[in-house]
Design a binder for this molecule. Sequence first.
Ligand SMILES: Cc1cc2nc3c(=O)[nH]c(=O)nc-3n(C[C@H](O)[C@H](O)[C@H](O)COP(=O)(O)OP(=O)(O)OC[C@H]3O[C@@H](n4cnc5c(N)ncnc54)[C@H](O)[C@@H]3O)c2cc1C
Length: 476
Amino acid sequence: MYDIVIIGAGITGTMLARDLSRYRLHVALIDKENDIADGATMANSAIVHVGYDPEDDTLKALLNVEGARMYEKICEDLGCHRKVTGAYVAACGEVEEKHLDILADRAERRGITYEWLSGDEARKEEENLSEQVTKVLSFPTTAVIYPWEVAIACAEVAVTNGVEIYLNTCCERITKEEDHFVIHTNNGDYETRYVINASGVGAEKVYRMVCDTPEFKITPRRGEYFVLDHQVHYVNHIIFPVPSAEKGKGVLAVPTVFGNTLLGPNSDYVDDPEDTGTSFEGLDYVRANLTKTMKNVPYRYVIRNFAGLRPSSSCPDFIIEEAKTVPGFINAASIESPGLASAPAVSQYIIQNILKKHLELTEKENVCLTREKPLAMADLTPEEKAEAIRKNPLYGKIICRCEQISEGEILDCIHRPCGAHTVKGVKKRVRPGMGRCQGGFCEPRVLNILARELNISPTEVVLDAKNAKILESENR
Ligand SMILES: Cc1cc2nc3c(=O)[nH]c(=O)nc-3n(C[C@H](O)[C@H](O)[C@H](O)COP(=O)(O)OP(=O)(O)OC[C@H]3O[C@@H](n4cnc5c(N)ncnc54)[C@H](O)[C@@H]3O)c2cc1C
């Protein structure tokens, strides 16, 4: 019997798994996909919003401000990438400028650092800011992260401290016994005293397994992006338009931790909770709306498009509570943006405000909540690279030419706890295939390395999902 089963290994579930792993509890984390962080955590703008956007007196406001402040230490502790780029909210004309005053007032009350710039002052820092921009509210402490890297690192730490993780394990039905739940999955049954529903766009469906009349409805809302190659430097700061009720945070230009630029997203409701395909209409919307704040967009450097699904909810706030009619069943639902930025505080909120009332939280001895930063050749000086290659020549064998990823880095990510066992899993962890050729050169090599290291036939290596085979058969 588990004390707690967390359903969903996105940033919410993995952050909680890491935080719970310090206590003497029997915890499992399950996910229906074949890797950690394959839901919204895999496809978003990657921004640690500082917290001026959510309305007053909401959990979103409280947990966003707190969560954003926790990220610097978390990324240090987990050896994850984080880059403070700063963010500009760019107003075009008097009406939008008035809206900036509301954001500045919230920032002031929430203790968030901000600065005012005229359009011309901002253009000195950002040469591609459109001439229509008349005033800018700057948030210099805004950062970007590599979202799934943080989730994978949290999962690694959790596993090292004894949390059990089960992938390809879809919660299909839940039965409530007198003092525990049984989670029925395609991969067996899991008995547990408490259930945490952190299943993103699946949260309403999972909640319906224990409650016929859920208080919220989740509808997937798709956001599509262009990705620019890091060979072109387009923006220094994250550029937001002024947010609005209809368009939310709007279409952004975001510099990523690895020097690429994201352009997007749009916002389209879709029926299918798996529909992460991009569309001509969606990308066209991004192009059209970006022209208000940005100019000279170098579309010829686009190397990829992608889409993510927001778990849009009938409730405008995060829903983080024990279900009123189902004691022991805890929803972490409606975790839309700023869900990534808020995740560290969401996890603490669940532990301190909900679980602590029910469970004895005794700290284990010898837990380790930190992770040594995996060796990344791209982050090293020439001298450090030479030293790494001297110690292990595989760090000198380049597998991904675009991103300069070595075989040593790939082997390390396969053999870590929660290691990569798919081509996309390797790509998520150490980035071969993220560059200009999008895996044209390195993907067959990564496939062969996976086959060798996992001791399976190359025909058994999958792209991402369990049945997504890449090779049909051997032909000679
Ligand atoms: C386009 C877009 C842009 C965004 N930009 C930002 C941003 O810049 N900053 C920010 O703070 N936030 C942003 N967000 C929001 C942020 O990405 C999410 O709030 C966050 O990733 C949610 O994490 P999660 O773990 O709750 O959900 P998810 O990452 O979706 O994880 C849920 C997991 O549950 C699993 N699951 C579902 N059903 C089941 C089941 N029945 N059984 C087992 N497993 C199941 C799924 O496979 C999935 O892995 C953005 C979101 C989108 C889509």
